[in-house]
Design a protein around this ligand. Structure first.
Ligand SMILES: [Zn+2]
Length: 102
């Protein structure tokens, strides 16, 4: 998974196309990310004791990871992340455009 929580991503397809947001949660098992203020769904909630009003609840819905692109903090562009071995032998994420470590 090349995208992590707190990354800024830009949406490249779907309803929120062109918008940016922060990744709140990554769901590796499903290959999806939840992006702040993106892909809202209205969930209808039944009246319960806990929620006597019932009604509709706004929630962020997961977006397929192939529909978002990481925004590089160095060059502020939507970019492809490449994995590279750093000096200490650890794998680091690098911006394909400006070669900066992300
Ligand atoms: Zn960059």
């Amino acid at each position: 998974m090349r995208i992590k929580a707190d990354d800024i991503v830009t949406v490249i397809s779907g309803d929120g196309k062109g918008q940016q947001g922060k990744v709140i949660r990554v769901i590796p098992r499903k290959g999806k990310v939840v992006v702040q203020n993106q892909a809202y769904v209205l969930k209808h909630v039944r009246k319960t004791q806990k929620n006597p009003q019932g009604g509709r609840l706004q929630m962020e819905s997961p977006i397929d990871i192939s529909n978002v692109r990481l925004v590089c903090p160095a060059c502020s562009e939507g970019t492809t992340v490449v994995m590279r071995k750093g000096d200490d032998g650890k794998r680091v994420r690098v911006c394909k455009k400006c070669q900066e470590e992300i």
